[in-house]
Design a protein around this ligand. Sequence first.
Ligand code: HEC
Length: 180
Amino acid sequence: MNAAPHTARSLAALVGGCFAVLAIAGAAHASGAGRASGAAIYSVHCAVCHQGKGQGVALAFPALADTVGRYLHAPDGREYLVRVVSFGLSGEISSNGVDYDGVMQSWTQLSDAEIAAVLNHVLTHFNARTVPADFKPYTAAEVRRIRTARRSFDQVRAERAGILKSLGASATAPRAIKAH
Ligand code: HEC
């Protein structure tokens, strides 16, 4: 009779131990050079909503994985990603065919370098399949330039809609030409 709870406790301890080891391994990785600070910023500020691998939570927090890399193929996509993190976003949006109507605050407490690092992390780790081959990482100076021109939530949302429209238009243009 006592065997089962004991086994369950041992298992829990074992699983807990594994997470501790993973956490230490993750921290060691995060303290490494280069992209490391982007990973750390992501896990502290973003993962609570967008989840550890950027997979999001359907109907609550849109995925960042395999969704935002393609924005870089639109003319204003690069600026949009800086603006959405710098100035926030609220209201109805659609992502991966699912509707969201949430609020993301503006990340005023992050420095230009931190915004550059977290975006580079999201793009290179969660969007490697859709990021353009000639993608150049964001720099703090680029973020600063874009960030100095303030935008409201509504402006950011309108910009997002324009980007999706232009991506849709460019995706369907060749077929439209063939049809005529
Ligand atoms: C409290 C939850 C929360 C946190 C924390 C959060 N976000 Fe968001 N984020 C959202 C929500 C909600 C939306 C969509 C808002 C809407 O529905 O209009 C969003 C939207 C976005 C978008 C736009 C996605 C798209 O398809 O256009 C990006 C990019 C983004 N977040 C990046 C980040 C980054 C980077 C961080 C960390 C610095 C972060 N978010 C932290 C909730 C959050």
